[in-house]
Design a protein around this ligand. Structure first.
Ligand code: SF4
Length: 251
């Protein structure tokens, strides 16, 4: 079922679909039905977007048990750790996931990042080329998407809602309110495999050139873009106004 779209979505405006879902499944912070929400047909065609990072398998296990045929989009930037790619394949097989490998546009890469070193010059442009645009393209076939972001991960994520509008899609953050303890308990309870880099000091794992191990006492995401203090997110989560659009070059 296609969702009604609101082309002139106002920041802070009302969204009837989100309001109705919120009322039905998330009436209070202590009283919510994530299973009901994730199975509701008003979400239309949905996908999980996963980095197969340190905690990703929790979301993948949780959601794929509720919606077994859901597609799992992995943005293969061509800059991931070898361990992440191996872990992706192991988890996808173990959980019988519908894995969809999403890759950057070859022509755009050849033009904008011919040497594969753009991350040294402009991390925002590199993330746009290798993550944001490929995801935008991949999500065209979906009405809603599921993200694994959690409030405890960083101060910049402290107010993440469970349900939000993201351009013309609905975004669901089922684990937004989960604590680190909840995550660890879920790992233990379901005997889920850990990302091999976690034990080597990587609690948050992105592309290899932009991720380092963290030191004791550092923020969980301190190892992400550590050489670029102003950058804290890759740009995938652009918010309800959705004004981040690709300008196609003429040549
Ligand atoms: S995380 Fe680094 S290598 Fe990966 S897309 Fe962003 S800038 Fe490029």
């Amino acid at each position: 079922m296609a969702l009604p779209t609101s082309p002139a979505w106002p920041i802070g405006g009302l969204d009837p679909v989100i309001e109705a879902l919120q009322e039905e499944y998330l009436p209070q912070i202590s009283d919510y039905d994530l299973g009901g929400l994730l199975c509701d047909t008003r979400l239309g065609r949905r996908a999980i977007v996963s980095s197969f990072g340190a905690e990703s398998v929790v979301l993948l296990h949780y959601v794929s048990r509720l919606v077994p045929d859901i597609d799992v989009l992995f943005i293969d930037t061509h800059k991931h750790f070898r361990e992440t790619l191996e872990y992706r394949d192991t988890v996808a097989q173990a959980l019988n996931l519908n894995l969809v490998n999403v890759e950057p546009d070859k022509t755009e890469l050849a033009k904008e990042d011919p040497y594969g070193s753009l991350f040294n010059i402009d991390v925002n442009m590199c993330c746009t080329l290798r993550k944001v645009f490929p995801l935008q393209d991949a999500l065209r076939g979906y009405d809603s998407w599921v993200s694994g972001r959690k409030r405890f991960q960083a101060s910049t994520r402290a107010a993440i809602p469970v349900l939000e509008r993201d351009t013309d899609k609905i975004k669901i953050n089922p684990l937004a309110l989960w604590s680190k303890h909840d995550i660890d308990s879920y790992f233990f309870e379901h005997d889920l495999p850990r990302h091999p880099l976690e034990a080597k000091g990587y609690p948050s794992i992105g592309c290899q050139p932009c991720t380092r191990a963290v030191k004791p006492g550092e923020d969980v995401r301190a190892g992400r873009w550590a050489g670029t203090p102003d950058k804290t997110e890759c740009g995938l989560h652009i918010g309800p106004d959705g004004n981040f659009a690709r300008k196609k070059s003429k040549s």
